[in-house]
Ligand binder design. Structure first.
Ligand code: ZN
Length: 229
């Protein structure tokens, strides 16, 4: 991908995000399908949201906001290139049922709803966007994890390789199977990967992850793989 094309895409993304409708979550899980039956649908999932901000960065930014910024760009790019794409949330909100009261109940309900949404979409391929954190600040670099479902490992390896080739030449991390404690990734039947885009505990990487230009580059690298697979 040429660097000038990223500039054009950044402009396009600004237009697209300005036109996005305000999303109200009503507790229903099956999105109205606007794509032809039987076709592949990328489900772009910005991890966490609302009261569940996920990890907190070294400058106090919740992971949920950075996840959303990157996921919105990926969703827009996929749409721009004619792929079917469904963005799990368009705002920094939790997707829990209204009956959920405690934070714990909301988190559980949110994850159940996300899994149901994915399961309800025929042809879904899940790309969950997250950020990493560690107690020691020197660790950095994206790492991609895959669900124990068909085709997930190959997609994760393609993402990992593309990130290394295009964005992080010193990243020697390998794609790995997801742990069985990650609910969403273990409750879908479709191909599913989780991208830990970078470490919010590393000051240099955290600063980049907050930059719109870097968010667009990351999304563009992921989109490129989606288009090629
Ligand atoms: Zn997370």
């Amino acid at each position: 991908m040429r660097w000038w094309s990223l500039l054009i895409l950044a402009g396009l993304l600004a237009v697209l995000s300005a036109g996005m409708l305000v999303q109200t979550y009503l507790g229903t899980v099956a999105p109205a399908a606007s794509w032809p039956e039987g076709e592949r649908v990328w489900v772009v999932d910005p991890g966490h949201g609302g009261e569940d901000g996920g990890a907190v960065s070294v400058t106090g930014v919740p992971e949920s906001q950075i996840n959303l910024a990157i996921a919105k760009r990926l969703d827009a790019l996929l749409g721009f290139y004619g792929e079917n794409s469904y963005l799990m949330r368009e705002e920094d909100i939790s997707l829990h049922d209204q009956e959920a009261e405690t934070l714990r109940e909301k988190k559980v309900s949110d994850l159940h709803n996300r899994a149901e949404t994915v399961q309800a979409l025929e042809g879904a391929v899940l790309v969950s966007i997250h950020q990493n954190i560690f107690s020691q600040s020197q660790y950095h670099g994206s790492q991609v994890f895959y669900a124990p479902t068909q085709d997930s490992q190959a997609l994760a390896e393609s993402f990992q390789q593309a990130i290394q080739t295009n964005l992080q030449p010193d990243n020697s991390r390998q794609a790995k199977p997801i742990g069985d404690n990650v609910y969403l990734m273990n409750h879908v039947d479709c191909p599913a990967v989780l991208v830990e885009c970078g470490f919010l505990s590393n000051p240099e990487e955290e600063a980049m992850l907050r930059q719109e230009g870097y968010q667009t580059k990351l999304a563009a690298v992921l989109a490129q793989v989606c288009l090629a697979s």
